[in-house]
Design a protein around this ligand. Structure first.
Ligand code: PLP
Length: 226
């Protein structure tokens, strides 16, 4: 995986969006396992949104970098016993995939903070190894999120299987785009389709991603496995 500086990645996003006739997607810089210094260096270049997988690790960085006013997204699996911390520290949780999390996040979002932005994670390739809800569970989860004033339903997130075959990858992106269109028709506040990582973000943008989550291509290889 070649690493590219932030301006080059932003140019790639822009070019993919223009080719698809879509607005530029939001870049989420995935900083899991990267030190706070690395986040700070990207923030100094204007990057605002950062994605983390592990609540405990993220809380340290969020506290260290609080003065920078960054936007923090939880993109990793969330255990219910970490929901309280997640609701206090993050601006977005992209990995909501079961009713219990909706209840816990709403209960623990501190009064006085803006509503927590939430994406429903969909297990689009029906992989045993992946978290995320089944497509048929989206409606009920969306209704529960929309009914909680402490939460704001923003859309869907997926991590499609890394099929070597481009047609299969694209079929997953196409299914996500259709699910997102259905959700947004019922919930107009849902404006975000988060899909695409270092290896496949141009394809994801071509299929309608409005947010891409890029780690390795931006930061280089992670200091430890994630
Ligand atoms: C790690 C991770 C990414 C970024 O992956 P890269 O291949 O390093 O770009 C994106 N989304 C999720 C959910 C991740 O866990």
């Amino acid at each position: 995986m070649t690493t590219q500086p932030l301006p080059a990645i932003l140019t790639n996003l822009h070019n993919a969006a223009v080719a698809a006739g879509r607005p530029d997607p939001v870049l989420l810089a995935v900083s899991k396992t990267q030190p706070a210094d690395a986040v700070q260096a990207l923030a100094a270049q204007g990057q605002r949104a950062f994605g983390e997988n592990y609540v405990q690790e993220a809380v340290g960085k969020i506290e260290t970098l609080a003065a920078l006013g960054l936007e923090w997204h939880l993109i990793g699996h969330l255990q219910s016993n970490k929901a309280e911390l997640a609701a206090r520290y993050f601006d977005w949780v992209q990995s909501v995939d079961r009713p219990k999390l909706v209840t816990a996040l709403a209960a623990h979002r501190p009064p006085g903070q803006p509503p927590l932005n939430v994406l429903i994670q969909v297990n689009i390739d029906d992989e045993d190894s992946k978290h995320g809800c089944a497509p048929e569970d989206i409606d009920a989860l969306a209704a529960a999120i929309a009914a909680a004033p402490q939460l704001r339903l923003r859309g869907l997130m997926a991590i499609p299987a890394p099929w070597p075959d481009a047609a299969r990858r694209q079929a997953a992106f196409t299914r996500m785009a259709a699910l997102f269109a259905t959700l947004a028709a019922a919930h107009p506040q849902a404006d975000t389709l988060s899909m695409g990582m270092s290896s496949d973000y141009p394809e994801a943008i071509a299929h309608g991603a409005s947010m891409v989550r890029i780690g390795t291509a931006l930061f280089g290889a992670r200091p430890r496995p994630a």
